[in-house]
Design a protein around this ligand. Sequence first.
Ligand SMILES: [Zn+2]
Ligand SMILES: [Zn+2]
Length: 86
Amino acid sequence: MPSCERCWGLAYGRAMCDGSKMQSEHYQDLIKENDCTPEQQAGEYAETCKSCGKKCVHEIVHECMNKDCEAFGRDIRVTESGQRKG
Ligand SMILES: [Zn+2]
Ligand SMILES: [Zn+2]
């Protein structure tokens, strides 16, 4: 499961204020506290998914974060071009 970019960003801010935990530990807290939308999880620089039309293609792993989308959990760069490998 790709990371939630929103929570990761918030975790960075928390780690700056509260040095008792690492950013990764704050992140684990935040993903339990927050119920982020696919768009928020995909990040500020998310691309628009061609399958569901939402701006929820994860900016790092290029997977659609929308659970209801047929492209969910797949690298859209691969599915788009058919059988591109490597
Ligand atoms: Zn989140
Ligand atoms: Zn999608």
